[in-house]
Design a protein around this ligand. Structure first.
Ligand code: COA
Length: 375
């Protein structure tokens, strides 16, 4: 057996250093490059946050202008990229289509890890610009509608509504979406970012790392939870039914989606920001059903189990009220988290060591191979 103890799920393991973000569960605080996420969400656009994560500093207005110009110019897809998206089975989950579409982008060139950061930053910007277009194009085709071209006059957040629905909602709704992107942008060594870094550590290219990260994000214990939350709220249907729905689940020790977190034990620092967005969106849409169900669940889970909601709990209904279909919520998470993934890909490459843990072997030992005719 290998020496040392096993850290199943790598619980409590410090795998490396990072200067990108800090999760402080004691203070219930999250910072990106030293800036509190609530200040970034309130005072900055998602584009500024993307610039910060990519470059380490907030942009000046001239630098932001140049960054926005480059992002807007790179949004459009080529004909073959559009044709490929058209070919996807309409029954495929949008996480599978965005994973495949990102992988396809990687076939345009032969790239390797450890190339100058400038080259990977340019690829990162291209991914940031094209991922929303690929998600929206796939959404339009699967709804039997023609695609809508990206509009370079619109912000990142507004353009996504435009490409999905052909119209942009009022400013407060666009701002709530922009805030959600900032909240989802980065979160230290979560499972998908760690997958990104593991692949980067082999000196594979950025597209391989991001494709792997998208695969890891899909699962309902990670990014897929925002979809699972909305499925759960829809199944409950009304605040009246919520307690009756929850009690047997608690008794049977079943998971309640949108609650719990590996790092935060006393609440997710991003929840108050998204909760405010949920309040605003519920009033805007004139639909308080989801917030009322959420309150019943939260009161019981926190009051009796001391298990707190995570970001996916308010963001699921926020995206619902914005009109997005449920299976688009985790792809939206991809559109935001690409910023953190790119930053981690660069950081891993700048000071790389192959990530290769040990395992404790528990299978049979000391066996001799008998010839096939004697088995
Ligand atoms: N519903 C019910 N019970 C939960 C729970 C949830 N969502 N999350 C944790 N618990 C319970 C566990 O059953 C366990 O109870 P026990 O000690 O009696 O066995 C205890 O809390 C500790 O949970 P554990 O599974 O060890 O925590 P973890 O760090 O391995 O898991 C998550 C963290 C996020 C995977 C887990 O909380 C979860 O599956 N949540 C639901 C999915 C979700 O919302 N994911 C998004 C994360 S941002």
């Amino acid at each position: 057996m290998a020496e040392g103890s096993i850290h199943k799920g790598l619980v409590g393991v410090l795998a490396d250093e990072t200067a990108i973000s800090k999760v402080d569960p004691e203070k219930r605080r999250l910072t990106y490059r030293g800036y509190p996420v609530d200040q970034l969400a309130e005072k900055c656009s998602f584009e500024e946050v993307a610039y910060l994560l990519f470059n380490g500093e907030l942009p000046t207005s001239a630098k932001l202008k140049a960054f926005e110009k480059a992002e807007r110019a790179a949004r459009e897809l080529t004909r073959d990229q559009i044709a490929m998206i058209k070919l996807f089975p309409k029954s495929a989950h949008p996480m599978d289509t965005i994973r495949t579409a990102v992988s396809y982008l990687g076939t345009r060139e032969v790239a390797w890890g450890g190339e100058p950061a400038k080259a990977d930053l340019a690829r990162g910007l291209d991914l940031l610009a094209k991922i929303p277009t690929m998600i929206a194009t796939d959404f339009r085709f699967r709804s039997g509608k023609p695609r809508i071209k990206p509009n370079p006059k619109l912000s990142f957040a507004a353009n996504f509504f435009h490409m999905c629905f052909g119209k942009v909602p009022p400013d407060n709704v666009v701002k709530a979406f922009d805030i959600s992107l900032t909240c989802y942008a980065e979160h230290s060594f979560n499972a998908s970012t760690f997958a990104d870094r593991v692949i980067a550590s082999t000196r594979a290219d950025i597209y391989s790392s991001i494709t792997g990260a998208i695969g890891a994000l899909k699962g309902p214990l990670h990014g897929g939870a925002n979809e699972a939350v909305m499925d759960m709220l829809s199944e409950i249907g009304s605040a009246k039914r919520a307690e009756k729905w929850l009690r047997p689940r608690i008794a049977k020790k079943q998971l309640v989606m949108g609650f719990g977190h590996r790092v935060y034990r006393w609440g997710d620092s991003r929840v108050p920001i998204m909760r405010r967005c949920l309040e605003e969106l519920s009033d805007w849409a004139g639909d308080r059903r989801w917030i009322e169900i959420s309150d019943v669940l939260e009161n019981i889970m926190v009051g009796e189990k001391k298990i707190y909601p995570n970001l996916d709990f308010p963001s699921g209904p926020v995206y619902y009220l914005m009109g997005f279909p449920i299976n688009l919520y985790t792809p939206i998470f991809v559109a935001a988290r690409i910023t953190g993934w790119v930053a981690h890909y660069l950081e891993q490459n700048a000071d790389n060591q192959l990530i290769r843990p040990l395992s404790a072997y528990t299978g049979p030992t000391d066996r001799d191979v008998t010839p096939i005719n004697k088995r």
